[in-house]
Design a protein. Sequence first.
Length: 142
Amino acid sequence: MRIGTGYDSHRFAEGRPLILGGVRIPDHAGLSGHSDGDAVAHAVIDALLGAAAAGNVGSHFPPTDDRWKDADSMELLRRAVQVLEGRNYQVVNVDVTVVCESPKIGPWVDAMRDALGAVLRIGPGGVSVKGKTNERMGWIGR
Ligand code: MG
């Protein structure tokens, strides 16, 4: 049994869709990034690769590589699972905390659990997603 942690942060960017955990959240500014900016997917990738000591999202999908420009991060996650499987690991569960003042994550939690659980092949029962605000404190709060 190995456990990894992942973390990611992205700036908001007007004119881009907001995609978190593979779910398109309407009526909200998206996140900047070389790929689709799905910070939840990126953090999960880092946690999985970290657990396997198999690199990180940047080493597998570098932003200098045009292949990953505007990439579907859930496809990157699928590839990360393949890296783990190539090392005879399998994902058991993931636990995600999304920290932001807006949007409210609650209404999208089940859709994210479904989407992540499908790609990870552990189903929604293996995926926890929780939203937290930063109580308007600090750079996250702003
Ligand atoms: Mg990222």
